[in-house]
Every structure is written in structure tokens, then in C-alpha cells.
Design a protein around this ligand. Structure first.
Ligand SMILES: [Zn+2]
Length: 113
């Protein structure tokens, strides 16, 4: 399943960040899902919870997914959110952003020193 591997990647990325920073727990994970990523936000949130359930680092963690807007550019110089037709010259714009899934930020709790 597509969403399962995405959720697993998010989990692995957050865990790596947590371990590198000596985190006690992971509190919040911010994920941006590109509008062309063809992935269901609800599915990813649910699967992430399932994957993270057995890991004590993620006992109280929350995953927050936001939609990443498409960005396109055209050879005429147009930049914007059009996917199929450049509003300036009518050509097919090139998609620069919107297909990817990005872990933007991982909030962790660390031990007081
Ligand atoms: Zn154009």
C-alpha cells in the first residue's frame, strides 16, 4: 500500500531526528503532503499512529499533515499554481512542487540539564 510506505518513511525520519537529538519523546511531527502526491492525509495519519504505537519514543506524539500547494513555472517566465495551461502563453507548465511528501519539523522533548 502506497500510504503505508509513506507513513513508514515519516516514522523513520522522525525517529532518526529524535535519536540524533537525544529526545525523550517525540511530541509533534509536521508533514506537508503535496496536492499531487496522491496520498490520503487521513490514511497517513492513521497508519502512522499504527506504526508508531509500539515505540515508546512516540507515546504521546501527534502527526499534523498540511496540504502543500502546487507550484509551476513556464518557459515564458510564468510562476504560479496552474497545472495544465500557462495563463500567459498557453503552454504546459512544468510542475516544480506539489508531488512530494516532506517532514517539515519534528518537535521533541529532551531531558532538562
Ligand atoms: Zn507560459
Amino acid at each position: 500500500m502506497h500510504e503505508y510506505s509513506i507513513a513508514y518513511d515519516i516514522f523513520a525520519t522522525a525517529k532518526k531526528a529524535a535519536l540524533e537529538n537525544n529526545a525523550l519523546t517525540v511530541q509533534k511531527i509536521h508533514v506537508e503532503i503535496g496536492e499531487l502526491a496522491m496520498a490520503s492525509k487521513d490514511q497517513i495519519e492513521f497508519l502512522f499512529t499504527v506504526i508508531a504505537a509500539d515505540d515508546p519514543l512516540f507515546t504521546n506524539s501527534i502527526i499534523v499533515c498540511t496540504e502543500g500547494k502546487l507550484q509551476s513555472v513556464c518557459r515564458c517566465g510564468y510562476e504560479g499554481n496552474e497545472r495544465f495551461i500557462c495563463p500567459v502563453c498557453g503552454a504546459l507548465p512544468e510542475i516544480k512542487k506539489g508531488r512530494e511528501i516532506l517532514v517539515q519539523n519534528v518537535e521533541i522533548e529532551v531531558e532538562d540539564k
